[in-house]
Design a protein around this ligand. Structure first.
Ligand SMILES: C[S@@+](CC[C@H](N)C(=O)[O-])C[C@H]1O[C@@H](n2cnc3c(N)ncnc32)[C@H](O)[C@@H]1O
Length: 935
């Protein structure tokens, strides 16, 4: 019997909920524990597990209704989740009329609700033949029915822990495993801290207070954050300074010297007699001058160059200053630069607060510099002991794609070099408290508190002076997925960390059931699970093992004590990465291992967000080769794709549902094609229906991924195709452009998808267009909707079987792809060639002769538009050109020309399509002329 998720899935409502959860930022349930990249939305996990456990009946409508009720995503459920304030303002009728995404804007998220009401449970039970009064009871009963026990759900790439956490919260036995110990700690803590409820929150509350007070007493007695005026420091701003060979002084670097927009504070520099160091002064400027500083007045670091603060025409390349041999590598004991190093570092500004809460920025005075020196001395005295005990990092940075950046750009070769002496001193002082932790939970909580801070307070934290940041603040280290070094940065005082260090972790009061977390390579997992839900590392996205080391450097020796059975190392060599042969081999091994550790009636879900469909096709082949067959695929929109202009474009996560392939049925290509065709059409139509319903807005990539997935559903039922084994095909070595039969089927699916997706307004004409014409128009269609990624234009070309798109693309920049306009094509050398049925004209140039677009009627039509534009919108030349070119055939084509011209005339109105304004207007005028043409 198929599971509910193998027949349907409420993707519109789920997309809205998943999107809302991701948008909640810091108030997502697990984010407070610390940074991990690509956590999956909990609601998606909950719906996936329930969708796999709930059987499909022969009443799909009722199934749908009941499924939504279980998730409190039915109309009544959403209304009940609505905060009372909303309910007071709106009536139920008005509420139900809103689009779902608007309805839930002020609702509690379903994952924070214990479950449906008692009345609803009665309906659910009547339909499913259960007797549940809560989600865990339902899960238990459905699990018993299918597997004979409480269902066990596992994730072998558990990362931040979303999947095991949510599984345990709704009553499954949860198993989580990841190669990276940072992920292990986050997942363990999600289950044992967040999942621990009020009791754990209370226990930790006192611990956090105690740990903060202990360190605060020490820091206060050192006197490193207090001054003689009774103020306490909140922020310290540091910058790098360099002395180019032909310059008499060190130049302090910053891309902007604005300190605080709200306080109108800026830093100005001046020469000091008989010194090669400049002196900073913090000045309050007028609103007019503030504006200049916002526009980077006085910046001394710009586009990789050092600018002389007293002569903006003098500048030096930073790269060149590093010298041909690169920078000196810092040694473990280097806590600040050596006097001979190219890049020096200095404190240039401090923010103070007094007992009345009044704040001011000031340049450091002698007493402040003495305090800086004391910080360094205190740290030097403790370095050996603290590194030995693991209160500050002692690991060297291993070379890698992201980790090479700090090594190369600053010479930082140990992880503690990414922190100022102040940061190291206060963190070490705080972490000493871990010695008093009575259990693993307390020790883990202290560690997490510290590393949440480390993300917001390292030398990689940009200083942000914006209004939105109050008096100014630091950004997080991982504002993006890299280890970017900075020329100036903020450091928070211990006092500034107080709110965050004292804040309770959000915990959930829904009980969390049995769970196990291990740190292991997914190839070595030996635990059995009924359901595996995994979100494997994407081919080229995040270097988890490198970025995670930023945190692991702090956990290092502590983790070894708390979890002696875990290997406290990222084991980069085992991390799944890349997209080449190593990636494919590891993945086949891993998924084969997982299917070995699941019963014959078990299920898997693989989630995948990668935008490059060729990687996606690869993944399909991998799963197929691992002995799995796809039974359903759903695209849920989980997050906004960064970089796309129009805000309503969302990025889809494909959820592929799989089972073990038990029989070994052979497949034959000629039988497979029509099946693929039907499946792709069905999949796309269901997505289009959703788009029309106004809820999510899938983009082209989503449709393409869906087409691939649909093809996989058909293909993976067979154990071989025309006698060829899949595994052999996955690893076969091929010439660059050689395709396997499998790839051909998958690309055919893409072709079908491309054909099904007709740009709105071209439905009438589409059938009569050639493939290359369709390509040009579809490409324009995606361009007009803000798509600029070149890969998408190439992917489309594959779908339409167009091999050479260069002459059609005006710009083929990776993120700036654009098509030629009619006027632009003229200069591209792709002149129209030949005529229509009565071939009269031969205007083409030699290099156009081979390109199929050159001889297409659309090309001639575009030429006619250009003639119209060139003739100041007089349509006569253009019309005459078409009549000459097509002769009698003109009359047969006229109507479709008008349709195309009208479509083109609308292009100029789309956002960011200004280039089309003139040609669009000409198309409009020419359309009018053609419509009224008489023989
Ligand atoms: C996309 S993330 C998973 C995110 C997770 N689903 C969440 O919600 O936070 C992929 C994970 O795979 C892990 N990983 C990479 N190679 C691995 C391997 N060979 N075995 C186990 N885990 C691995 C990475 O450490 C990373 O945490």
């Amino acid at each position: 019997m198929p599971a509910f998720i193998e027949t349907q899935f409420p993707i519109a409502r789920l997309s809205a909920e998943a999107y809302k959860e991701r948008k909640a930022g810091a108030s997502q349930t697990l984010t407070g524990l610390g940074k991990w990249w690509g956590r999956k939305p909990l609601i998606l996990v909950r719906a996936s597990i329930l969708g796999m456990l709930m059987p499909a009946s022969n009443d799909p409508k009722k199934d749908h209704e009941i499924f939504l009720k279980i998730l409190t995503m039915d109309d009544a459920g959403a209304w009940d989740r609505c905060k009372p304030a909303v309910q007071r303002k709106s009536s139920r009728i008005a509420f139900d009329r809103l689009p779902y995404a608007e309805r839930i804007a002020d609702c509690e998220r379903p994952e924070n609700i214990e479950g449906p009401s008692a009345i609803t449970w009665a309906e659910v039970n009547a339909h499913l033949g259960t007797t549940a009064k809560s989600l865990p009871e339902l899960v238990e009963q459905l699990g018993q029915r299918t597997f004979g026990h409480t269902p066990r759900v596992g994730d072998s790439f558990c990362g931040g822990g979303s999947i095991p956490f949510e599984a345990a919260r709704i009553g499954c036995e949860a198993f989580g495993s990841d190669l990276n110990p940072v992920a292990g700690l986050l997942t363990w803590s999600s289950l044992n801290i967040v999942g621990g409820g009020q009791i754990v929150r209370d226990e930790l509350h006192d611990i956090f207070k105690n740990a903060f007070d202990t360190a605060d007493r020490q820091i206060t007695s050192w006197g490193i954050e207090h001054n003689e005026h009774g103020e306490r420091a909140e922020m310290f701003l540091y910058c790098v300074e360099v002395k180019p060979e032909d310059c008499d002084y060190y130049i302090p670097l910053a891309p902007s010297w604005l300190i605080s927009e709200n306080l109108r504070s800026v830093v100005k520099w001046s020469r000091v007699e008989s010194s090669d160091r400049l002196a900073p002064e913090v000045v309050t400027v007028s609103p007019i001058e503030l504006d200049l500083y916002k526009k980077k007045k006085g910046a001394t670091s710009k586009s990789g160059r050092v600018i002389d603060p007293f002569d903006a025409n003098r500048s030096w390349s930073i790269e060149a200053l590093r010298g041909p041999g690169g920078l000196r590598r810092w040694l473990n004991e280097d806590l600040v630069p050596c006097p001979d190093d190219v890049f020096q570092e200095r404190l240039y500004c401090i923010r103070w607060v007094n007992s009345k809460g009044e704040r001011r920025y000031a340049a450091p005075d002698d007493a402040d510099l003495a305090r800086e020196a004391k910080v360094l001395e205190l740290l030097r005295d403790r370095l050996v002991d603290w590194q030995h005990k693991g209160f500050i990092p002692s690991k060297a940075i291993e070379s890698g794609y992201n980790t090479d950046q700090p090594i190369r750009e600053r010479g930082w070769s140990y992880w503690h070099h990414l922190f100022t002496p102040r940061q190291l001193l206060i963190y070490g002082c705080y972490l000493e408290f871990i010695g008093r932790a009575e259990n693993a939970r307390i020790a883990a909580a202290i560690l997490l508190k510290l590393t949440v801070q480390a993300n917001w307070n390292s030398k990689l934290c940009i200083w942000n002076p914006d209004k939105s940041k109050g008096p100014g603040s630091t950004e997080q280290t991982f504002a993006n997925q890299a280890l970017n070094t900075l020329v100036n940065y903020g450091t928070r005082s211990f006092w500034m960390l107080r709110d965050s260090l004292l804040k309770d972790f959000d915990t959930t009061d829904a009980p969390v059931f049995s769970s196990e977390v291990v740190v292991a390579d997914a190839r070595d997992i030996f635990q059995d699970c009924d359901i595996w839900i995994t979100d494997p590392p994407y081919a080229d996205a995040v270097n988890y093992h490198e970025l995670g080391d930023f945190f692991l450097a702090w956990y290092d020796k502590q983790i070894a004590k708390i979890f002696p059975e875990w290997i406290p190392d990222a084991r980069a060599e085992l991390a799944v990465r890349g997209d080449g042969e190593y990636f494919r081999r590891s993945m086949v091994e891993i998924y084969r291992n997982l299917s070995r550790h699941m019963p014959d009636n078990g299920m898997q879900m693989v989630m995948f967000t990668h935008q490059d469909p060729s990687v996606w096709a690869d993944l399909g082949m991998i799963l197929w080769a691992a002995g799995l067959k796809a039974t359903a695929a759903w695209t849920i929109s989980t997050e906004t794709a960064a970089g796309l202009k129009q805000g309503n474009y969302v990025q889809g996560t494909v959820c592929l549902v799989l089972r073990k392939r038990i029989s070994s049925e052979p497949g034959f290509l000629d039988e497979v094609y029509p099946l693929v065709e039907d499946e792709v059409k069905r999949q796309i139509e269901s997505m289009q229906a959703l788009d029309e319903g106004g809820e999510p807005n899938f983009n082209d990539a989503d449709y393409q991924l869906a087409a691939y997935a649909a093809a996989l559903k058909v293909l993976t039922q067979y154990s071989n195709l025309d006698g060829k084994e899949v595994e052999h095909e996955v690893f076969a070595v091929r010439a660059k452009n050689e395709k396997s039969d499998f790839q051909t089927v998958i690309e055919r699916a893409l072709g079908i998808a491309c054909d099904t997706l007709i740009p709105r307004g071209l439905e009438e004409t589409w059938r009569d267009l050639s493939l290359v014409e369709r390509y040009y128009l579809r490409a324009l269609d995606i361009e007009s909707r803000g798509e600029r990624r070149q890969g998408m234009y190439e992917e489309l070309a594959r779908g339409f079987g167009v091999t050479d798109i260069k002459p059609l693309l005006k710009s083929d920049k990776a993120n700036g792809a654009r098509m030629y306009t009619p006027s632009g094509l003229a200069s591209a050398g792709l002149a129209p060639v030949g005529g229509g049925d009565d071939a009269i004209m031969r205007r083409g140039r030699a290099n156009s002769a081979t390109h199929p677009f050159a001889s297409s009627p659309l090309r001639h039509l575009l030429f006619a538009i250009r003639e119209t534009t060139a003739a100041d919108n007089s349509p006569e030349m253009g019309r005459q050109y078409l009549r000459d070119t097509f002769g009698q055939a003109y009359w047969g084509k006229r109507e479709s020309f008008v349709g195309l011209l009208e479509w083109i005339s609308a292009l100029g109105n789309a956002e960011d399509m200004g280039e089309w304004a003139a040609d669009s207007e000409a198309a409009r005028i020419l359309a009018g002329r053609l419509r009224n043409d008489h023989a």
